[in-house]
Design a protein around this ligand. Structure first.
Ligand SMILES: Nc1nc2c(ncn2[C@@H]2O[C@H](COP(=O)(O)OP(=O)(O)OP(=O)(O)O)[C@@H](O)[C@H]2O)c(=O)[nH]1
Ligand SMILES: [Zn+2]
Length: 200
């Protein structure tokens, strides 16, 4: 038995490697496969290890990653764009992937966070069963809470494999969602942020 991982995040229980393994074996049987054939023998254990990583965000809190802040007195917009996103659609349990652009205007105290922390924050929420709208707003709200910035803009652009490989089968379509908080709602500020997002 591998150590269960238990931490708050959004989880209602702990990660149970043995149970995931048993469920994957059962799933293989249910779809008509033979889980004992050579190619599949190790698959339940592999998938269980892989899900532990893919859903690790269930056991992480945004506060865990937004720990490093600096008082640089910087009062202008900070934007990290094209942060790679890999998440899992909670309706079909298949991936959706693309990029996130995360920007904020520091608060009156000029407190900022490390740039990598913005990407880590995206991962905390992406590594859970998700819908893109919730992913987008959770990132924005976590930044508001941690940094008390003047404004936040989060834009996420993803392709959903549930729309590409099955169902409606429209490969290449991308879904764009945004969450805007505080002064980023101002027309001119939002336009400046969006031009930075769009500019390549
Ligand atoms: N709003 C939103 N919808 C999503 C997201 N990911 C998947 N969906 C949609 O969730 C819906 C689920 O619809 P259902 O009718 O319950 O499921 P379904 O029969 O598998 O639907 P199809 O995908 O159309 O075959 C689909 O329209 C998906 O495209 C997401 O992140 N946000
Ligand atoms: Zn889906």
């Amino acid at each position: 038995m591998v150590d269960p991982v238990s931490a708050p995040g959004n989880a209602v229980g702990e990660y149970d490697q043995d149970r995931v393994e048993a469920a994957i074996r059962e799933l293989l049987l249910a779809v008509g496969e033979d889980p004992d054939r050579e190619g599949l023998r190790e698959t339940p254990a592999r998938v269980a290890r892989s899900y532990r990583e893919i859903f690790a965000g269930l056991f992480q809190e945004p506060a865990d990653v937004l720990t490093t802040t600096f008082d640089l007195g910087h009062e202008e917009m900070v934007l990290v764009k094209d942060i790679e996103v890999y998440s899992t659609c909670e309706h079909h349990l298949v991936p959706f992937h693309g990029v996130a652009h995360v920007g904020y205007i520091p608060g009156a105290d000029g407190r900022i966070t490390g740039l990598s922390k913005l990407a880590r924050l995206v991962d905390v929420y992406a590594r859970r069963p998700q819908v893109q709208e919730r992913l987008t707003s959770q990132i924005a709200d976590a930044l508001v809470e941690a940094l008390q910035p003047r404004g936040v803009l989060v834009v996420v652009e993803c392709e959903h494999l549930c729309m590409s490989m099955r169902g409606v089968r429209k490969p290449g379509s991308r879904t764009v969602t945004s969450a805007v908080r505080g002064q980023m709602r101002d027309v001119a500020t939002r336009a400046e942020a969006m031009s930075l997002v769009i500019g390549r």
